[in-house]
Design a protein around this ligand. Structure first.
Ligand code: GLA
Length: 385
């Protein structure tokens, strides 16, 4: 828990609204260990929540007004009334909140307004799901303020609907689901078709390292939506509901029916699904040889078949791979086109990796990477101190 952040939302609440907040809620960002772009193909993912989160201080109101202050946007304010016609704001950050509330109302839930102060320390635009954390923290806030009958899964789905239908990004369910349902010290194997989750303990001797390339992500939404369409095209040609339903043997037999780009996109998804299942098993058994192989293959598949990596990210992966060899895994994580690399490695290799990144990355790219050693955190919850 970031105490400073809690103090900040608490104090801002008192300053802005003139009374003390009654509730504090947090929802974490995430890092995906493996299973990239598989979620919207009804496939498998293996993320864990991280110790960076969106935080809210809130109090219920007796009318239908919602007042929000965003600490991270210079205390910018938003206000709206709760009903099913909540409209778009000109402030982008506010739409995540409006969208979540609107979709709660559309579900038929009845509740009053709230005073809310929100802040967070999930790096934005780094592919660590700061938006999902925001959507989930707002859903969780209304759940605790009004004792709403909502499961964690419903909070996640509601956040995804807000993002798909209100904000306009066609994302899958992974980010919201892990933010809402994560278990401390575990990754979660998620079946994105049934939404069944299986916790996988992260062995004590391992560390999760996130290395932010700080490469500005460009064209993310349009490229993301293009990849999604290509996957849907491939599924349509192969006559299945989603690429989840295709195995490698079937794909290889029918590859000639697909255009070459579509075939490459499909091959990434089909092989990545299997790798994700195998990686969950390897992590469980603390089999690093296997885990590092799967993560290396995943990275190569994202680079060559799905074509979502950039030179800076490939370079970071190479620097880290040269240090850890077969003792740990490393790959790009998240939607792609910049963002972060994730490494899963024994604790005693962490320092050496950080030194290598600091020595080599800036020199070759003129960018400075930021490195975070992460704990796998609990999902969204109310907290008291
Ligand atoms: C983004 C989306 C997720 C998922 C990943 C790629 O984070 O929000 O739903 O598709 O990209 O794995």
């Amino acid at each position: 828990m970031n105490i400073k952040l809690k103090d900040k939302v608490e104090q801002t609440f008192l300053q802005q609204f003139g009374y003390d907040a009654t509730h504090f809620v947090r929802a974490p960002g995430r890092v995906n260990l493996i299973g990239e772009h598989t979620d919207y193909n009804d496939g498998f993912v293996l993320p864990c929540a991280i110790n960076f989160a969106a935080l809210v201080a809130a109090s219920p109101r007796e009318d239908k007004l919602v007042r929000v202050i965003a600490v991270d946007y210079d205390n910018a304010a938003d206000e709206f009334l709760i009903h099913s016609e909540i409209s778009q704001s000109r402030q982008n950050w506010a739409n995540y909140i409006r969208g979540v509330v609107k979709h709660l109302v559309l579900k038929g839930l009845v509740f009053n307004g709230a005073d809310i102060v929100v802040s967070g320390d999930v790096p934005q635009g780094a592919g660590l799901s700061s938006s999902a954390a925001l959507e989930v923290v707002i859903g969780q806030t209304f759940k605790v303020l009004y004792n709403l009958q909502l499961t964690q899964q419903e909070i996640a789905l509601n956040g995804q609907q807000a993002e798909n239908q209100f904000v306009g990004c066609n994302c899958g369910i992974m980010d919201q689901l892990i933010s809402a349902q994560a278990q401390k010290d575990h990754a979660l194997l998620i079946d994105c078709r049934s939404l069944a989750t299986t916790p996988v303990a992260i062995p004590d001797n391992l560390r999760i390292l996130i290395i932010n390339s700080n490469k500005k992500r460009g064209l993310v939404d349009s490229e993301y939506n293009t990849r999604r369409k290509q996957c849907e095209q491939a599924a349509a040609v192969l006559g299945v509901k989603a690429l989840r339903d295709v195995n490698l043997a079937m794909f290889n037999q029918r590859i000639n029916e697909l255009e070459s780009i579509t075939a490459k996109r499909a091959r990434h998804i089909i092989t990545e699904n299997q790798r994700t299942l195998d990686a969950a098993d390897a992590l469980q058994r603390n089999d690093m040889m296997q885990l590092q192989r799967l993560m290396a293959e995943s990275h190569a598949s994202m680079r060559d078949d799905f074509e979502i990596t950039v030179a800076e990210i490939d370079f970071l992966v190479d620097i880290i791979k040269a240090e850890i060899g077969v003792r740990g895994g490393v790959r790009m994580t998240g939607g792609g086109f910049g963002g972060c690399v994730v490494a899963v490695l024994p604790a005693n290799l962490v320092e050496q990796v950080i030194i290598a990144v600091n020595e080599q990355y800036h020199q070759h790219t003129q960018l400075t990477a930021s490195v975070f050693i992460c704990n796998a955190e609990q999902g969204a919850q109310q907290f008291f101190s």
